[in-house]
Design a protein around this ligand. Structure first.
Ligand code: NAD
Ligand code: WQD
Length: 346
């Protein structure tokens, strides 16, 4: 299949391009680079053995999105492009609605005009907010708690409405839990600008010496050890699910909404310990105040993903930490700086 990958230069999108190419698909990236570097493309080219095709396009530019489809016939779209920082979305809600929702509407319009009727959409477990219980099934109540989450829920609903009204349009909303890790070659990975918002990149930067100490947000949650519990999922498992979702859309005459997680909860301190084992480094931490908006425990019920897509997560927390550490050690300052080999030499 020839697949348009919006946001394909980003963290998850770049790994998905690698996996999709490995499954014999042709990928074309569209990215504005608002939260990624064009240097990703060189790294991806090294992995694929051929330079990826990429168009610098902002999905907010409706005309530019339409032109993407004018020159090329796509069989499907995988739509990663979005802004994703929860805190920033609270400070700039309209920017999030504009980028994420308006961008998605332009994409859906262009797909319809071009007669492209297969979509895989990056949604998030954030649509569940603070769930009543875990594991969380897809039919759990949806309660968004911030503008980023609102944008994801609205986009899911727009897509579901289109699927209902248009028999030629089918889509899968994939609700990711907590993606972490990196490609096993260590050449692509997560490169947050500034201070990381998320746990795994923060731990990695402490391990590599860029930060002194991890602040653990709360030691008195009602969990196994008092720290927050999440469902961390290896980005390579996640990427593989996109290839499986595309094949589902070709095979089946229906749409779906599916959780992507391992089904296992891991606490902050359990992840710290696993990272220490993988890296051989000590991760200093201190227990800090709870972070506003955090919840105690969230992990997926992954049964539907296996039933519909034939997909289940295969890589455990040790593999997630091993691969996150390899990426961090080979790229201590992320893209844009010389790579060092796995033994630490430039
Ligand atoms: P990312 O920021 O690394 O990648 C997103 C990519 O989209 C970036 O390359 C960015 O430049 C691009 N982009 C953003 N707005 C654009 C626009 N208007 N036009 C064109 N390109 C644009 O993020 P990621 O972690 O790879 O996330 C990918 C998707 O998965 C997002 O939709 C995100 O909301 C979703 N998601 C991520 C997580 C997570 O924890 N990483 C969890 C759940 C869902
Ligand atoms: C995990 C655990 C923190 C940082 C967020 C978004 C969500 C989704 C994924 C896109 C929690 C604790 C964290 C730190 C810590 N993104 N923590 N110290 O909050 O589950 O989800 O990213 O859709 O929308 O909300 O992930 O990695 O930020 O936190 O103690 O420096 O680590 O309290 O228990 P979260 P996270």
């Amino acid at each position: 299949m020839r697949i348009l990958v919006t946001g394909g230069a980003g963290y998850i999108g770049s790994h998905a391009c690698a996996v999709l190419a490995g499954r014999g698909h042709e990928t074309v990236i569209a990215d504005s680079f608002v939260n990624s570097s064009p240097l990703v493309l060189d790294r991806l080219g090294g992995i694929l053995g051929v330079a990826p095709i990429c168009h610098r396009v902002d999905l907010r530019d409706r005309g530019a999105v339409a032109s993407l489809f004018a020159g090329t016939r796509f069989d499907a779209v995988v739509h990663f492009a979005a802004l994703k920082a929860v805190g920033e979305s609270c400070a700039r809600p309209l920017a999030y609605f504009d980028n994420n929702i308006c961008g998605t509407i332009h994409l859906l319009q262009a797909m319809r005009e071009a007669g492209v009727g297969r979509l895989v959409f990056s949604s998030s477990a954030t649509v569940y907010g603070d769930p009543d219980s875990a594991p969380v099934r897809e039919d759990a109540p949806l309660r968004v708690t911030n503008p980023y989450g609102r944008s994801k829920l609205v986009m899911e609903q727009l897509i579901e409405d289109l699927c209902e009204r248009d028999p030629d349009f089918r889509a899968i909303n994939l609700r990711y839990f907590n993606p972490v890790g990196a490609h096993p070659c260590g050449r692509i990975g997560e490169d947050p600008g500034g201070e990381p918002n998320n746990l795994m990149p923060y731990i990695s930067q402490v391990a590599v010496g860029r930060r002194d100490c991890l602040a653990v947000y709360g030691g008195d949650w009602p969990t196994v050890d008092g720290t927050g519990v999440r469902d961390y999922i290896h980005v390579m498992d996640l990427a593989r699910a996109h290839a499986d979702a595309l094949e589902f859309l070709l095979r089946e005459e229906r749409s779906a909404t599916v959780n992507l997680g391992t089904g296992r909860g891991v606490s902050v301190l359990q992840l710290v310990k696993a990272f220490e084992r993988a890296s051989g480094r000590r991760i200093p931490y201190r227990i800090a105040e709870r972070r506003a908006g955090d919840v105690a425990e969230v992990y997926a019920d992954p049964v539907l993903a296996e039933a519909l897509l034939g997909w289940r997560a295969e890589l455990d927390v040790d593999a997630m930490c091993r691969d996150a550490w390899r990426w961090q050690r080979m790229n201590p300052h992320g893209y844009g700086f010389p790579e060092v080999d796995a033994d630490g030499a430039e």
